[in-house]
Design a protein around this ligand. Structure first.
Ligand code: ATR
Length: 286
């Protein structure tokens, strides 16, 4: 028998591989419950070899999904397979949010928006800084640099273990972004008002070298996109030196709102209750 609930249940997904550690279902189901929306959001494990057929099925409408989030390792493939990418996505060449509009598969990347909304919420006024240091030159760094430039940060220094990657990234964005090797960290941190770690340094207890944070301006903000642990070794260093710090969990929570609004029609709110829910699910110390 046809289940009429299926017809009306608005559905979205997160697709990646592996996917079982994703907290996105918890976030979106929390909002669906809070807003009383008849919808669902599920994690789907999609291997690289199956991704193109997963997207074809999504476009055909047969999957029943209104869209979804895309995570590692499919963000670049999703960019190539989408019908229409917005300007943010075009510049990044990677997307994390897909939605169907009259049968057209649209795409954007909300990582940068998540990053700045987290800073706005937890350290208002951060954007008064003129100079930022971004450690790391991978996909996350690219989205963050784009969002910092959009918010008017005049000078952005990208520092990376592999200098060439930092230089290429800086060249991609243009003259206000500068690429460096790690040995420039001391010099570029001097007088900077924002320090961002976009590398996996400090994740899950791995040791981190001492960073020259004391060179930053007195009112600088230090933030880390790693959120396991919540207070990373870099944030611990910053707190010892008396700086304002912002942990990375809020970026995960805030990037999710973009997709939710596209699929379910309402912009959800990142509440302290949601944050606590995810902290306790991850087994983190608040
Ligand atoms: P993502 O897309 O999540 O940003 P990525 O593209 O793998 O991931 O980039 C990871 C970033 O972390 C890179 O800048 C990487 O430096 P390299 O380009 O030299 O590989 C950086 N990184 C990872 N482990 C690191 C470590 N132990 N020390 C310094 N940088 C590290």
């Amino acid at each position: 028998m046809h289940d009429s609930r299926e017809t009306f249940l608005m559905k979205a997904f997160v697709a990646g591989y592996p996917i079982k550690h994703s907290r996105s279902p918890l976030i979106h189901r929390y909002w669906l419950g809070q807003l009383g929306i008849a919808g669902d959001y599920e994690a789907v494990a999609v291997e690289v070899t199956d991704f193109a057929s997963f997207i074809a099925n999504l476009k055909s409408g047969e999957s029943g999904y209104r869209g979804g989030n895309i995570t590692i390792p499919h963000k670049e493939s999703a960019f190539l397979l989408a019908d229409r990418c917005d300007d943010l996505a075009m510049e990044l060449g990677a997307v994390n949010t897909l939605w169907l509009e009259d049968g057209i598969l649209c795409a954007t990347n909300s990582d940068g928006i998540g990053f700045v909304r987290n800073l706005d919420e937890r350290s208002p006024g951060w954007d008064q800084c003129k100079t930022a240091v971004v450690l790391g030159a991978g996909g996350a760094s690219r989205a963050i640099i784009q969002s910092l430039r959009e918010r008017g940060v005049a000078n952005i220094h990208v520092v990376n273990r592999t200098a060439q990657r930092a230089i290429e990234l800086a060249d991609h964005f243009g003259s206000s972004i500068h690429g460096h090797a790690l040995d420039a960290l001391d010099e570029v941190s001097t007088g900077a008002g924002l320090f961002v770690n976009t590398t996996s340094l400090g994740m899950d207890g791995h040791p981190v070298p001492t960073l020259p944070l004391s060179k930053l301006t007195g009112d600088a903000v230090v933030t880390d996109i790693v959120y396991t642990p919540l207070v990373t070794p870099i944030l611990e260093q910053a707190q010892r030196d008396g700086f304002r710090t912002v942990d990375g969990l809020g970026m995960l929570l805030h990037q999710a709102g973009t997709g939710f609004e596209k699929w379910f029609g309402q912009m959800p709110v990142v509440t302290e209750e949601l944050r606590s829910l995810i902290i306790s699910d991850l087994g983190l110390k608040a």
